[in-house]
Structure formats: structure tokens, C-alpha cells
Write a protein that binds this ligand. Structure first.
Ligand SMILES: *[C@@H]1O[C@H](CO)[C@@H](O)[C@H](O)[C@H]1NC(C)=O
Ligand SMILES: *[C@@H]1O[C@H](CO)[C@@H](O)[C@H](O)[C@H]1NC(C)=O
Ligand SMILES: *[C@@H]1O[C@H](CO)[C@@H](O)[C@H](O)[C@H]1NC(C)=O
Ligand SMILES: CC(=O)N[C@H]1CO[C@H](CO)[C@@H](O)[C@@H]1O
Length: 352
């Protein structure tokens, strides 16, 4: 197994080596196009924002990507994810994933987000880059003059993280009692991270509030997908309350609205409620608390196959009517609906 992994990783490492060489030499080629005034998007976080950094993960396997672009390309959804919608709001193309970057794909910014990672090291991907390492990567590109001060000033950063940190905490500590003090530690580190992003020169930093953890299909399975688990939603609420206070203080400190929050919590809840209501009137509609893609193994993983390559999952008839794609991630339909509700917050990202 380990041997196989190394064989799989070797070409990848070689590719990364080549790509990093390419980036070293980009200052010149970067000057070729003249759009240094156009906005760029830099993305940090986890699978809610990853558009292809986690090569070899389920997001690169069937049936991920069936709605858009029609094949698996590294998004943890059937189609577009939060990053795609924020980019479209900024009227730019989705920035390239850091792992796949080359000199011709730098003009829209870069996506450093990596599925399974967190603010701290998480369990899922022990060696996936946490948010600190993701910010280090941008810092290195700036040191190499890939991005100029002017580029960064007109740029926007998107930050999504913490869900995996809570999962790691709960699995590791097997206790929900100490979670309040963990939230404080987590927000402190997140605060350091977003200030670092601003100090690198980015003047607009959009920070996603934590989604209602208790509504994720993997969690609400304990209610047979009938309701969200309130206890875990309280964890999200407490996290968001502290994060909102922190953001308020940070904006006061810098004296301008650099930090903007995106309220995934209320967006998720509101959409789920609306869909539940519609379903009361039309029972053929999908339960928004259920995943569209469901695995039948013990781990219940969307995209899993058996030893013979036979698929061990099923996909709902109409992904375009679902809210959740798998046990954790919204479908494209879900993200689109969330995006609609985030419009007023996103307006604050326009550089005034
Ligand atoms: C750069 O990456 C893009 C998108 O992945 C690809 O379409 C293009 O061919 C690449 N260009 C070079 C020079 O490798
Ligand atoms: C992030 O990962 C690096 C490298 O594994 C590690 O040294 C660092 O302590 C981690 N940072 C946090 C905040 O967990
Ligand atoms: C109920 O929803 C289905 C979609 O699943 C739709 O095709 C059908 O027209 C709806 N029925 C009514 C009465 O609205
Ligand atoms: C993995 C994880 O989050 N472990 C935490 C368990 O609780 C202690 C005490 O609060 C933390 O220091 C650990 O980080």
C-alpha cells in the first residue's frame, strides 16, 4: 500500500518540481499581459473551497464533477463550489489550484485550499497543508515577485476552515465538554491567519462562518435525516459568535472594513428550511438533509468502489434538486442557493 502510494506520488512530486521551477521564472512572463489592475482571488481553507489541490482524493473520482464540468476534476461536489461562485461575483475566472498552477494561470489569483485540512493539523490528511502552510505558500510567491504590491492591493482573499478542526477535536478528544476552550484557541489562530493575509497586502478578506455542523448528512444520519443535531449546531453558533466579535475588533483596529464574514450558517439553515417546506407540499421532492450521493459501505463514502472496481454508491435522480451532494458537501445546486443568500455580504468586497 505504502509502496503504491509512493509510486503514485513520484510523478506528482516531479510535476510539482517542474511547476515550482516554472513559477520561479514567471516574473518575466507575468509582465506579458497587462491586467495588473484586475482583481485576483486568493483562497485558503478546506474542501468547501478546494478546486483541485487534493490530487488522488475522492474529488478526483467518479461521480464527483458529473454536473460540472462533467467529469471529476478535484471539486468536492457534483459541480461548482463556493470558490467558483465568489470568482464569478468578482467577474473573473476561477483561480487555478496551487497544485496545478503554471505561468499562464496566475492572473486570476491562486487557490491554496486543500480538502480535509484545517486551521490546525487535522486527522483526515495528516500531511495536507494547514492554513498556516497555505499562507506560507502565498508568501513565498510574493517573495519571488510573482505578485506585486499593486496586484495584492486590489485582490480578495477567501477563507473557509474549521469544520475539519472540530471533527478532529471530537474524534481525538472524545469529549464535547472542552470544546468551548478549543473554540477560543481555534479563533485565536484563525485571527492570526487572517491578519497575516491582510499584512501580505490583501485589503479584502472574506471569512466564511462555520456551517451548521449538526445538519451535515453524515451527522444528521443519527436522526435518520429528519432533523439537524442541535448540540453540534450549538458548537457552530458559539464558533460564529466568537468569530464575529473578533472580526469586529480587527476591523476597528485597522480602521476600515478589511474583513467581511460570509454567513454560511444562516444560509444553510434557511435553504434547508425552505426546501423542507416545499417538500411538505410535494412529497416527491428530495429531503434536503439527505445526501444525493450515498455510499453503501461501512464508511458510507460517495465514490467508493470495491476490489473489482464495482461502484458501491448510488446517486440521486436529480442532483439539481439536492442541497447536499455527499455526507459533508453541498451540491452545485446547494452552493448556488448559498451564493444567492450571500449577495449583500459579497457587496462589501468591492474595493471602495
Ligand atoms: C496551464 O494550466 C492550464 C489549466 O490547467 C492548461 O490549460 C494549460 O495548458 C497549462 N499551460 C502550460 C503552459 O502548461
Ligand atoms: C501547520 O503545519 C505545519 C507543518 O506540518 C506545522 O509545523 C504547524 O505547527 C501547523 N500549524 C498549526 C497552527 O497547526
Ligand atoms: C413535484 O416535484 C417534481 C420534481 O421532483 C415535479 O416534477 C412535479 O411537477 C412536482 N409536482 C407538483 C404538483 O408541483
Ligand atoms: C486534535 C485536537 O484537537 N486535540 C485537542 C484535545 O484537547 C486539548 C485540550 O483542549 C487540545 O490541546 C488538543 O489540541
Amino acid at each position: 500500500m505504502a509502496k503504491q502510494l509512493i509510486i503514485m506520488l513520484l510523478p506528482l512530486l516531479f510535476l510539482l518540481f517542474i511547476l515550482s521551477e516554472v513559477v520561479e521564472g514567471t516574473k518575466k512572463s507575468y509582465g506579458v499581459y497587462d491586467n495588473s489592475n484586475s482583481v485576483k482571488l486568493f483562497v485558503f481553507g478546506d474542501s468547501y473551497a478546494d478546486t483541485g489541490n487534493f490530487v488522488g482524493s475522492p474529488s478526483y473520482k467518479q461521480p464527483y464533477g458529473i454536473t460540472f464540468p462533467g467529469k471529476p476534476v478535484g471539486r468536492f461536489s457534483d459541480g461548482r463550489v463556493l470558490t467558483d461562485y465568489i470568482a464569478s461575483f468578482l467577474k473573473i475566472e476561477t483561480p487555478a489550484p496551487y497544485a496545478l498552477r503554471n505561468s499562464s494561470t496566475l492572473q486570476n489569483g491562486i487557490n491554496f485550499a486543500f480538502g480535509g485540512t484545517g486551521v490546525f493539523q487535522t486527522l483526515k490528511v495528516k500531511d495536507g497543508p494547514n492554513m498556516t502552510v497555505q499562507i506560507d505558500s502565498l508568501e513565498k510567491l510574493i517573495q519571488k515577485n510573482v505578485y506585486t504590491k499593486q496586484d495584492l492591493q486590489s485582490s480578495v482573499a477567501l477563507v473557509t476552515a474549521a469544520g475539519n478542526d472540530y471533527e478532529a477535536f471530537i474524534v481525538n478528544n472524545k469529549s464535547i465538554i472542552e470544546i468551548k476552550s478549543f473554540t477560543t484557541t481555534l479563533i485565536n489562530q484563525l485571527s492570526i491567519n487572517v491578519q497575516r493575509i491582510h499584512n501580505l497586502g490583501i485589503n479584502k478578506v472574506a471569512i466564511a462562518l462555520l456551517e451548521p455542523l449538526g445538519c451535515l448528512p453524515r451527522i444528521n444520519a443519527v436522526t435518520f435525516h429528519l432533523s439537524c443535531v442541535d448540540l453540534l449546531n450549538l458548537v457552530s453558533e458559539n464558533h460564529n459568535k466568537l468569530l464575529l466579535q473578533t472580526v469586529l475588533q480587527l476591523n476597528q483596529q485597522v480602521g476600515k472594513p478589511v474583513y467581511v464574514t460570509l454567513d454560511l450558517y444562516n444560509a444553510f439553515l434557511s435553504i434547508i428550511k425552505t426546501l423542507q417546506k416545499k417538500r411538505d407540499e410535494n412529497s416527491t421532492l428530495m429531503n434536503p438533509l439527505k445526501a444525493c450521493c450515498v455510499g453503501d459501505g461501512l464508511k458510507n463514502n460517495c465514490g467508493s468502489v470495491d476490489d473489482k472496481g464495482e461502484k458501491k454508491y448510488s446517486v440521486c435522480e436529480k442532483p439539481e434538486l439536492s442541497f447536499f451532494w455527499d455526507g459533508v458537501h453541498p451540491s452545485q445546486n446547494g452552493w448556488q442557493a448559498v451564493y444567492t443568500l450571500l449577495q449583500s455580504s459579497l457587496g462589501q468586497l468591492n474595493h471602495g
